[in-house]
Design a protein around this ligand. Structure first.
Ligand SMILES: Nc1ncnc2c1ncn2[C@@H]1O[C@H](COP(=O)(O)OP(=O)(O)OP(=O)(O)O)[C@@H](O)[C@H]1O
Length: 300
């Protein structure tokens, strides 16, 4: 497995604020790697260190065989960073922005290819400020990939987009990956992390809390809850079942959060049989990354 990024025991503090604490992970060539976490978790700080904009207080970072903060010039030829839409001059036409950014590179760019791929032909003479959020994101994506970077950093690429535009953005990101780029992105949208990313790192309070494929993370959550419904169930009896750590009740429906759902299910059925309780519904809850997110928020 070829690693394009290796982060080892990295910490970053701003005065008293410990923004990132002792995190380690690696990114494999060709993957879409997601970084998720609540506001202030340390996502942007982490991305900034990978891009060479800031230097870790402790630990080491290797990106494409380079030390980002030391070899910024060489790194910039090989990575692409998507700017926030606010970084582009409002009155600039799409064509002008593409030409200006292309002039930053010594060799030929893939401007024409991207124009076609992203469907920008029809917007070439539009001013940036007149474009919808979806189109603005396309333009900033094109600007970041003009030099066909090996590694692409996207900070909240579908922020503010409607669900349709967001899905289109996902297709474009997948296309760029197929074209050979490795993609590292932050997101607030759990669905985006689930559907788009090959692996997801969850950062909270500057610490890496979980890192795995979305399926594996979901499995971890699915292992926790089961839903039962009956007019004859008793809250305290359910809470006393082996494995159960929490019970949430809504009318006749109960969500049992369990450390071991198989064991809880076995004892639940046994309890129902002994007490002649008829279940109206029973299911293992399919978790979402939202649940994992909340789990870590609650745990602190
Ligand atoms: N230049 C800075 N000076 C001082 N504190 C900073 C600086 N940059 C970030 N921080 C602090 O470091 C912590 C992590 O911030 P960071 O921007 O990395 O979080 P984030 O996960 O990207 O949040 P958001 O989703 O809101 O962008 C926060 O407490 C933030 O206030």
């Amino acid at each position: 497995m070829e690693h394009v990024i290796t982060v080892e025991n990295v910490s970053k503090s701003f005065g008293e604020v410990q923004a990132v604490q002792d995190i380690s992970f690696s990114v494999q060539k060709g993957e879409i790697f997601g970084i998720i976490g609540p506001n202030g978790a340390g996502k942007t700080t982490t991305l900034g260190m990978l891009e060479g904009i800031s230097k870790p207080t402790q630990g080491s970072i290797d990106v494409l065989g380079l030390i980002p903060s030391k070899h910024l010039r060489d790194l910039n030829k090989r990575i692409g960073v998507q700017f926030q839409a606010t970084a582009i001059q409002k009155k600039m036409k799409v064509k002008e922005a593409l030409d200006l950014f292309s002039s930053f590179y010594e060799g030929p760019t893939q401007k024409d290819y991207l124009t076609e791929l992203l469907g920008l032909d029809e917007k070439m003479n539009a001013h940036f400020e007149d474009l919808s959020g979806g189109w603005q994101q396309r333009v900033t994506l094109a600007l970041a990939t003009l030099h066909k970077p090996e590694l692409l950093f996207l900070d909240e690429p579908s922020m503010g987009l409607d669900p349709h535009a967001r899905r289109e953005m996902w297709s474009l990101i997948r296309l760029l990956r197929e074209q050979g780029s490795t993609i590292v992105m932050t997101t607030h949208y759990m669905e985006e992390a689930e559907k788009l990313c090959d692996r997801v790192a969850m950062i909270y309070n500057g610490q890496l809390k979980a890192l795995n494929t979305p399926e594996a993370l979901l499995h971890q959550i699915a292992g926790q809850s089961l839903i039962v419904e009956s007019d004859r169930l008793d809250y305290d009896d359910l809470l006393a079942l082996p494995g159960v750590v929490r019970v949430e009740q809504a009318g006749e429906q109960f969500v049992l959060v369990s450390e071991d759902r198989q064991q809880t299910a076995y004892h639940l059925f046994h309890y129902c049989q002994e007490n002649e309780v008829a279940l109206l519904d029973f299911k293992f809850e399919k978790g979402s990354l939202d649940d994992l997110f909340i789990h870590y928020l609650e745990k602190g």
